[in-house]
Design a protein around this ligand. Structure first.
Ligand SMILES: [Fe+2]
Ligand SMILES: [Fe+2]
Length: 254
């Protein structure tokens, strides 16, 4: 049942608490940032669980099993982000909205419908996550928080690659109608991605220099990296499979 609830990961988060000492001046920002990530990561587990069901319905059992394992990883990411909240003096709990229901895309075949979701989740969102988390990790000195982020990053790489692999496997077998169904969906997927990412990367956010070691990033830098990732990774990746991604990106506000 997908309903709004109160996410409480305190017990699991306390077991995973990294040994870090967050300066008092930064603690509220660290708690707020990692608590938002906790909610976001936990929400991703519902997305992959629904994708797993959609893949299973297509008869793609091993893909579905993989997507289910990603759902478990995202739940663990939620606990790990909650662990940072606890380490910074906060509580790993928060109200959370009802998980969004994955679109059924009933206007096209079940295969193209699933690929639309795979593109949106893995080739777009997870690919952006890899770039943003990877950059954040580079700014972090060796230590428990970098280790925690490395574990999350490793999983996100797997989530992104899964989508690109699935797209590569299926792209050649698509009918012209399925290919067209993916093409007309891309502007919407890009618009959704941009709105989601910009909402989570406030341009005004900037911190003292030592904040990067606690995962606090400058919003403007993160936004620039987001746009570079779309331009240099996602668009060429989709175009390589014959999808008109460059035009779709330009048309995302149309
Ligand atoms: Fe994650
Ligand atoms: Fe992920």
């Amino acid at each position: 049942m997908l309903s709004a609830s109160h996410l409480d990961l305190r017990a699991e988060a306390q077991q995973r608490r990294p040994a870090i000492a967050v300066p008092q001046a930064l603690a509220p920002a660290v708690v707020g940032t990692w608590r938002a990530r906790m909610v976001n990561e936990h929400g991703s587990s519902h997305v992959f669980a629904q994708l797993a069901d959609q893949l299973a319905a297509l008869g793609w059992a091993s893909d579905a099993a993989e997507a289910n394992s990603f759902a478990a990883e995202e739940r663990e990411h939620g606990r790990l982000c909650g662990a940072v909240v606890e380490a910074a003096g906060g509580e790993a709990r928060a109200p959370c909205a009802a998980p969004s229901v994955l679109p059924a895309h009933a206007d096209t075949t079940p295969r193209a419908a699933a690929l639309r979701n795979v593109i949106s989740i893995c080739c777009l969102s997870e690919t952006v996550a890899v770039a943003l988390i990877g950059a954040e990790r580079l700014e972090m000195p060796d230590g428990p928080l970098r280790e925690l982020l490395s574990q999350i990053l490793g999983d996100e790489v797997g989530h992104a690659r899964f989508g690109w692999r699935l797209l590569a496997r299926e792209a050649g077998a698509l009918t012209p109608a399925e290919r067209a169904a993916l093409a007309i969906y891309l502007p919407l997927a890009f618009a959704h991605l941009e709105a989601h990412e910009l909402a989570h990367l406030p341009v005004g956010a900037s911190w003292p220099e030592d904040a990067a070691q606690y995962g606090l990033c400058a919003g403007a830098d993160a936004r620039a990296l987001f746009f570079d990732t779309v331009d240099q990774v996602i668009i060429p990746g989709l175009e390589a499979h014959g999808l008109p991604a460059a035009d779709a990106w330009k048309a995302r506000h149309a």
